[in-house]
Design a protein around this ligand. Structure first.
Ligand SMILES: C[S@@+](CC[C@H](N)C(=O)[O-])C[C@H]1O[C@@H](n2cnc3c(N)ncnc32)[C@H](O)[C@@H]1O
Length: 378
């Protein structure tokens, strides 16, 4: 029997958050953590693409921003990528900046829970330190840029709904239990943690009857831990799918929540099928991240669509040069232009993905100068 299904059977019944933790991070069978000899989960040969891996334009743009930030500050920066996977994007960023040490980068840290991915990353990215958790590393000195792409939407989420019983509306939680024959099924029950009810109150959420919502009551504390590690001279750039609470939990938007699976670049609607073989993701409540920043005295930050973020940092100037001059393009340049458009055109990933920019101290002041659009008539 699949090790994840066996573990659910052993526990009898688990909250969806516990199931998601097992399905993605079970040491031997989890989608992200199980050993892989071939392609990893992310990329054309995997199950889904992410913005940083879709095109080298992303890493190039990030590298330009880091170089300008380091110049603006007059010192090198520590660059940290959380949930770096096998480093497909990080290796490009480091290469663009000429490696760790001589130029803009004082130090580069990759944080990744999957052992196999960290091993590949270290082999491919000379000079990069890779750790399972930020807590394993001493606090940095000097300015820090913390970057994460699709980390928070991969954190386990509780799934709740509202049902009417005896004429009264009540919050209930989705659990996962064995249904026989090595399969799993949903079951509804009382909320597994009091924090879920307080989360609804704190975020001022009123769910309608039948509405489904995914909640991460620990996300604020997790993000606060990441920001606190950075110290008081830092910028955090968080790229993810999500919205502030009032939009994410608006019943006129996603009444059935945002939980989905991916396999082979196709949506999987039954996330209980094939545990460990399917990516599972649910949108981020960006208010958790802004509250974490505010709680530490950081600037709560602003949220930009991905395309706007890239354009602001000069991505349009980094497109294949011949494209702007209308010259014939090589097949490689055509391919690059096509993927770059996915991140820049005002549709799809370019608007669905958001970048939350937050910071504190001199690094944040220098970043804000870079990220302020020039006046229209400049
Ligand atoms: C959706 S993938 C994104 C990979 C990469 N950032 C990208 O955009 O292509 C999420 C990654 O975060 C890692 N991850 C999940 N939780 C983590 C945690 N608490 N600490 C570090 N890495 C984590 C997963 O193992 C996986 O590699």
């Amino acid at each position: 029997m699949n090790a994840i299904i066996a573990e659910v059977a052993r526990r009898g019944r688990v909250s969806f958050a516990e199931f998601m933790e097992l399905a993605l991070y079970h040491p031997e069978a989890g989608y992200y953590t199980r050993r892989r000899s071939g392609p990893g989960p992310v990329g054309a040969a995997g199950d889904f693409i992410t913005a940083p891996t879709a095109t080298p334009l992303f890493a190039r743009t990030l590298a330009v921003m880091l170089r300008r930030l380091s110049r603006g500050l007059g010192e090198q920066v520590t660059f940290v990528e959380l949930g770096a996977g096998e480093g497909l994007s990080l290796r490009r960023v480091v290469a663009e900046l000429g490696g760790v040490g001589p130029g803009a980068l004082r130090r580069v840290v990759a944080v990744e829970v999957a052992d196999w991915a960290r091993e590949r990353l270290v082999a491919e990215c000379p000079g990069v330190e890779a750790r399972r958790s930020l807590a394993e590393l001493p606090h940095p000195s000097g300015p820090v840029v913390l970057f994460a792409s699709e980390l928070y939407d991969a954190l386990p989420a509780h799934r709740i709904t509202v049902r009417r019983r005896g004429g009264v509306l009540e919050h209930v939680e989705y659990f996962v239990e064995p249904s026989g024959g090595g399969r799993l099924r949903w079951a509804l029950g009382a909320l597994s943690r009091p924090e879920l009810e307080s989360y609804l109150v704190t975020h001022n959420l009123v769910l309608e009857e039948g509405q489904v919502a995914e909640l991460r009551p620990d996300a604020e504390a997790v993000h606060a831990g990441h920001l606190a590690w950075c110290g008081k001279n830092a910028v955090a750039l968080i790229l993810d799918y999500g919205y502030p609470a009032r939009q994410l939990y608006n019943p006129r938007g996603r009444k059935q929540g945002s939980l989905v699976g991916y396999r082979g670049h196709s949506l999987v609607s039954n996330v209980l099928s094939n545990p460990g073989g399917v990516d599972i993701t649910a949108h981020v409540n960006f208010d958790d991240l802004t509250n974490a920043a505010a709680g530490l005295g950081w600037d709560r930050g602003q949220i930009r669509p991905l395309g706007a973020f890239l354009a602001l940092h000069g991505a349009l100037d980094l497109l294949p040069a011949g494209a702007a001059r209308g010259e014939p393009l090589s097949p490689a340049d055509w391919a690059e232009l096509a993927t770059a458009k996915k991140l820049l055109a005002p549709s799809g990933m370019a608007v669905d993905q958001k970048v939350l920019e937050q910071g504190k101290g001199p690094a944040w002041q220098a970043y804000c100068k870079l990220a302020t659009p020039p006046p229209v008539d400049a």
